[in-house]
Design a protein around this ligand. Structure first.
Ligand SMILES: C[S@@+](CC[C@H](N)C(=O)[O-])C[C@H]1O[C@@H](n2cnc3c(N)ncnc32)[C@H](O)[C@@H]1O
Length: 374
């Protein structure tokens, strides 16, 4: 059975592995950046449509050692690229090198591109063009030292781009990171989730989609594999129908989103609507200093500003103090997860965390901390 690789943000590999297993995939190995799994092509479509946590689904095709450009060229030719696209379609080559003898990323990408287009030219007399923005076939090459790993990208646009987000506030979370943090929080999927600083609503929209069993990729315009010669439309339709059959119309509980900024709340409402979960989420303009529990019991999840991108540190110290005070005095008996990339500001909460995960929000190392309010 073919092997695939689901990539994700650092820190989310374990919940991604659990997610793939729950989809019925046979996971075989994992790295800091993702999980290998075995499935057929229908399973690959399924993972693309249903994974909340993956950034992309790649199909590894070659593994080899190369020290010199000519070796690289010959090794790349061991795979038949003409089985994926026609010569009038487009390709792009995405290269990352680490400590390799060949150091120039652009030169390596050019050598690989030469090998691929020469293969088409030899067979058809014409070659595909390069399109770095919207290629039909994206070839992903990672080399550590002189060990090259080559994959093709079955997803196209990164999977965090669900298609429901029309507008965002400042510093929105990537959708798959928000979903991964929800998994790390061990939210039970059937009780209220509350976000005091919801911004464009990412946590709540992702959680509501999970609860309503709405496939995260259902609103996307498409996936890379749809452009390929072997695309099995019947299998795709089956996967989509199976996903839609699972959807839950109405939930017996609600999600609550607060923010001080009415503009981002407007965006959050629009986003929730296009994701099909606006009936499940109540948004309200409210400051963290005054917010009260909207229900008796639930889980809190908050991504306060942390200075790296928005807000200035002195004002933020007050915001974190307010957040700590609110939790301590008005949310006794609740658990709260806080994502922050600023250690000093976390200190201003004046609370002691009981659990900790390290995750990356883009290139900012963040802590995802659990606080239990007694
Ligand atoms: C980092 S953003 C949250 C982004 C959100 N997770 C998303 O994915 O869009 C922090 C949010 O906190 C809000 N905020 C700042 N100070 C606040 C306060 N005192 N009370 C409530 N919300 C506040 C900001 O308006 C901003 O939307």
């Amino acid at each position: 059975m073919p092997e695939f690789f689901a990539s994700t943000a650092r820190g989310l590999v374990d919940p991604l592995e659990a997610e793939l297993k729950a989809m019925g995939m046979k996971t075989t190995d994992k790295t800091a950046g993702g999980v290998y799994f075995e499935t057929n092509w229908e399973g690959c479509y399924k993972a693309n449509l249903n994974s909340f946590l993956a950034s992309r689904i790649l199909k590894p095709i070659l593994d080899f050692t190369a020290y010199q450009p000519e070796e690289l060229y010959t090794q790349i030719l061991r795979h038949d690229y003409t089985k994926y696209i026609r010569p009038n379609q487009t390709i792009s080559i995405d290269v990352t090198l680490k400590d390799s003898m060949m150091r120039d990323q652009r030169f390596v990408a050019m050598k690989i591109k030469d090998a691929v287009v020469d293969q088409f030219r030899d067979k058809f007399g014409v070659r595909p063009d390069v399109d770095n923005y919207n290629p039909s076939l994206r070839i992903v090459v990672r080399a550590v030292k002189n060990q090259f790993n080559v994959s093709i990208d079955t997803s196209g646009d990164s999977l965090f781009m669900r298609g429901y987000r029309k507008d965002v506030g400042e510093a929105p979370l990537k959708e798959n990171l928000a979903a991964g943090l929800i998994k790390l929080s061990e939210w039970d999927g059937q009780s209220p989730l509350i976000d005091f600083m919801c911004g464009s609503g990412t946590f709540l929209i992702e959680a509501a989609m999970m609860a309503k069993k709405i496939a995260p990729g259902i609103n996307r315009k498409g996936f890379a594999f749809m452009n390929w010669l072997g695309y099995d439309e019947t299998a795709w339709e089956k996967v989509v129908n199976e996903a839609m059959d699972q959807e839950i119309e109405e939930l017996p509980f609600k999600f609550y989103g607060y923010d001080i900024d009415s503009r981002v709340l407007k965006a959050a409402k629009e986003n929730a609507k296009s994701a099909g979960v606006d009936d499940a989420i109540e948004f309200k303009r409210e400051s963290v200093s005054t917010v009260e529990p909207p229900v008796e019991k639930g889980l809190l999840i908050v991504n306060p500003p942390y200075g790296a991108r928005i807000g200035d540190e002195d004002n933020l110290r007050d915001v974190y103090r307010d957040l700590g005070f609110t939790l301590k005095h008005r949310f006794k008996g609740w658990d709260c997860w806080i994502l922050s990339g600023n250690k000093e500001l976390i200190g201003d909460l004046k609370l002691k965390s009981t659990r900790k995960h390290f995750v990356f929000n883009g290139n900012i190392e963040c802590r995802f901390l659990k606080y239990s309010m007694f």
